[in-house]
Write a protein that binds this ligand. Structure first.
Ligand code: F6P
Length: 458
């Protein structure tokens, strides 16, 4: 079995807490690395200021080597905060209006990818297979090929891929498409993302789909597929069962005094549709006065990418809106929305998923959304809650037992909330069972194995 090299912007160095506690993706990748032996390389998350970053920092854990590099402050600003999070992120989430094209940052993005390639190449042996993750590192394969590397290289995009008209608005779309076309296998979250990619290639004659999933572009043949990422379902279900008796979860339960809990958990990001969701909650209460005082909506929203201006603006917008709605519909003895603007530990989160009657997951656009999957896995089979899910999350393609909503349709989401709160037990159980069976069969280990099997197949 070939050695595996994983490259991603952020690297999860293990803390040996178990898959559910640490986040299933990191643990699945670590398991694949442990089986084959290998290296996980990426950014340390630190800046070296103006100084040239030190050589890679290597740490060994069994037969896995973690190789981390710092980046200069200019690199962090241009590559990570700049092109990755102010161009690629909004474009891939269909937000042309938020994309900020600065030539300097585009150059920085390609420069940092070349820097990664130069640091990685000396570690690579001829039989190694390389698996690159996410939008920060699209040009990496092209850079490695330029250096003469012949290894198999796969890429998985964790976020959506939009249609051609959106992609073409990006000034460097050709270089980005050329970058993607340099891999041997491209993995997308859903069939829609894959179709959008195929459509992009076709437009402007950038390439062709020779047969389903087999592409040719820029003189290179490669494959593409949909590989929907999963969670560590069985482990997370058990973790949540135990977590429900955590003292903090019990405190929350007591503090809501028998009210039904609606739960939202999202990084603070404009793609998550948090302001639209708060509007929908307000509309639900206004349209259903009988539910006034019988519901608590808890929105947990850790800060994210705060150095990027759009995220800073978002933070103020959500805080203001939660305050406004509480002022408008709350009563002296009832605070409808509890808004928490920081992260909560995994055990408490898992316990909260389990006690919530409704999981409210309504992104405007999302690659997959693992919160939706974790919410389902955390439920009590005897008395499961209801998932209200945006049709624009990748998870909606397979979680058919959810109540699917259009997050832009405030009335529609409000109606779905009413339906969820009033849903009879038998219907809740039937909907949950179908989703749970799907999640058990399609967990994160299967995702990882399937991608790697396709990448190594002749
Ligand atoms: O969804 C894309 C993603 O990169 C996730 O993999 C990650 O959890 C999240 O965004 C966090 O982003 P950042 O690394 O910018 O904090």
């Amino acid at each position: 079995m070939s050695r595996l090299i994983i490259v991603s912007n952020r690297v999860s160095v293990p803390d040996h807490k178990g898959a559910a506690a640490a986040g299933g993706l990191a643990v699945a990748l670590q398991a694949a690395l442990a089986e084959r032996g290998g290296i996980w390389m990426g950014w340390s998350g630190k800046s070296s200021g103006d100084a040239e970053p030190e050589p890679l920092r290597m740490t060994q854990d069994g037969n896995i080597t973690y190789a981390l590099t710092d980046l200069t402050q200019t690199d962090v600003e241009e590559y990570y905060q700049g092109f990755a999070n102010r161009v690629l992120w909004p474009i891939c989430h269909y937000r042309l209006d938020l994309a900020e094209y600065a030539r300097k940052e585009m150059t920085g993005y390609f420069r940092v990818n070349r820097f990664f390639a130069h640091r990685l190449a000396p570690l690579i042996e001829p039989d190694d297979i390389i698996w690159v993750h996410d939008y920060h590192l699209i040009p990496l394969a092209a850079e490695l090929r330029q250096m003469g590397l012949k290894n198999r290289i796969g890429f998985f995009l964790h976020i959506p891929w939009p249609p051609a008209d959106v992609v073409l608005a990006m000034p460097v779309h050709e270089e980005i498409m050329r970058g993607l076309s340099s891999y041997d296998l491209l993995g997308f979250q859903t069939d829609h993302d894959l179709e959008n990619f195929a459509g992009c290639l076709k437009r402007e004659g950038m390439g062709i789909e020779k047969s389903p999933g087999h592409f040719s572009a820029h003189g290179h043949d490669f494959r593409g597929g949909a590989y929907s990422i999963g969670i560590e379902t069985a482990g997370f279900a058990e973790f949540a069962r135990k977590a429900a008796s955590h003292s903090m979860v019990q405190k929350v339960r007591q503090s809501i005094e028998g009210r039904d809990l609606i739960l939202g958990v999202d990084r603070l990001d404009y793609s998550k549709g948090i302001t639209q969701r708060i509007d929908a909650f307000e509309r639900f209460i206004t349209n259903n006065p009988a539910h006034q005082r019988s519901i608590t909506y808890l929105q947990i929203t850790p800060k994210s990418r705060s150095e990027v201006p759009e995220y800073e603006a978002m933070q103020n917008a959500v805080a203001e809106q939660a305050g406004r709605v509480n002022g408008a519909i709350g009563t002296v003895d009832w605070v409808p929305i509890r808004y928490i603007n920081r992260s909560i530990s995994r055990p408490i989160l898992a316990g909260l998923y389990r006690i919530a009657k409704v999981g409210l997951v309504t992104p405007l656009r999302d690659g997959m959304n693992l919160v939706a999957k974790e919410y389902v896995a955390a439920q009590d089979p005897e008395n499961p809650g209801v998932l209200v899910l945006s049709r624009f999350a990748g998870a909606a393609r397979k979680l058919k037992g959810a109540l699917l909503v259009n997050p832009y349709d405030v009335d529609g989401t409000a109606n779905a909330l009413a339906r969820a709160i009033n849903m009879p037990l038998q219907e809740r159980q039937e909907r949950w069972r179908g989703m749970m069976d799907y999640l058990l069969e399609n967990d994160v280990s299967r995702w990882c194995e399937t991608f790697l099997a396709d990448l190594t197949a002749e």
